[in-house]
Write a protein that binds this ligand. Structure first.
Ligand code: PLP
Length: 365
């Protein structure tokens, strides 16, 4: 038998979340973001569920080529654009659309010798200061690209730094949006603006192509303001394992490396086949929630490489019983990945992307 840990991928939840995203995206085209191997779910495992969307977005060329093997026609967008001039040949061969965010990428297009014509999303740095042309430089970049024979279609693109929160004072994200709209004023072309947080929280913003990621994977982009359930989103990944040993500890005895946890009363402790080498965060502290046979309990002491300990004092649990680290129990109860992430000082994004290769993935309904 394999070690009992596995990551279940829930197809019906992926489909449900896509339908929710559709509801919020109105008339816009909905591109499903499948970067980082579909946020850890496996591109091949989500493909059928997302094929109803209006194309895919990711940023790794190898992943794009893998996806093209499944998706022989529709749009595949490279969000970071090309990394080398020779990538243009791959984009031609595999019919990949790409972002252009910097002058060197324009130069590569100017020197392109092939016959392909590319769909390009020109990216503006509207305030995040990560990728893109500043508003003042944007128009020149746009005009340069419109004159190139190898560019068949040109779209406008920006990305919000704060769609999940309230920076930029009481204007929320409007500063970034207005900066973008002002800079593209009078230029033809469709716009790609919103990510999951903007799609859900600011559905009134105009975006011809929405780029939705995290919401499709059942994590709330603005947790804890809204939970996934508040948005109607369902967990798409469940990290499940089993109890492989039980310890009865006495007051003043410790549990795990560093003896960081000391029992105050007699306790029953379950040892679970899951550790940081599976992608569970080592920084997750005592008290991080888990489900034992569908009922809530907590992590105890330090997470080791291959194991962690949970409190079974109030549980009638035995060897082989189910422990859910996040997601859905086979008994139907849900432990939100966002809650586990919050307890661990991170986001659902990082937990789902962090599940390691040794964890078997199983796709179910
Ligand atoms: C990752 C990413 C998205 C999707 O973001 P979510 O918050 O997961 O919806 C959209 N656009 C760009 C440019 C991205 O890098």
């Amino acid at each position: 038998m394999p070690r009992p840990i596995k990551a279940m991928i829930h197809s019906n939840a992926l489909r449900n979340n896509l339908a929710i995203a559709r509801k919020y995206s109105g008339q816009a085209q909905l591109m499903t973001v499948v970067k980082a191997n579909a946020y850890g779910h496996g591109i091949e495992n989500v493909y059928d569920c997302f094929n109803d969307g209006d194309g895919f977005a990711l940023l790794d060329l190898d992943e794009a080529i893998r996806l093209r093997a499944l998706h022989n026609q529709g749009r595949i967008l490279l969000l970071e654009g090309i990394f080398h001039s020779t990538d243009l040949d791959l984009c031609a061969q595999y019919n990949l659309s790409f972002a252009v965010h910097s002058p060197h990428q324009i130069q590569w297009l100017q020197h392109y010798q092939g016959t392909a014509k590319f769909e390009v999303f020109l990216k503006m740095n509207s305030g995040m200061n990560r990728l893109g042309f500043r508003p003042k430089e944007y128009r020149l970049a746009w005009n340069t690209l419109t004159q190139l024979d190898c560019v068949s279609t040109l779209h406008h693109m920006m990305h919000f730094s704060d769609a999940d929160g309230q920076r930029f004072g009481k204007n929320g994200i409007n500063d970034q949006y207005q900066t973008f709209q002002k800079a593209i004023h009078g230029l033809l072309g469709q716009q790609s603006v919103s990510n999951s947080a903007a799609m859900l929280r600011h559905p009134h913003l105009h975006s011809d192509f929405i780029r939705a990621g995290i919401a499709l994977y059942g994590s709330s982009p603005d947790h804890p303001t809204h939970t996934a359930a508040d948005w109607g989103l369902q967990p798409t990944m469940s990290l499940r394992s089993e109890i492989i040993a039980i310890q009865h500890v006495q007051p003043h005895e410790s549990v795990g490396y560093g003896s960081t946890y000391i029992a105050k009363q007699p306790m029953k402790i379950g040892i679970v086949a899951c550790g940081y080498a599976d992608g569970y965060q080592r920084v997750s502290p005592t008290g991080t929630p888990v489900l034992v046979n569908g009922k809530r309990s907590t992590l105890i002491g330090r997470v080791s490489m291959d194991m962690l300990a949970v409190d079974l004092t109030q549980h009638d649990a035995n060897i082989g019983d189910e422990v859910v680290l996040w997601g859905k129990s086979k008994y139907g109860n849900i432990l939100s990945i966002d809650e586990v992430a919050q307890a661990s000082g991170t986001l659902g994004y990082e937990l789902m992307c962090g599940v390691t290769a040794r964890v078997e993935i199983q796709v179910t309904d």
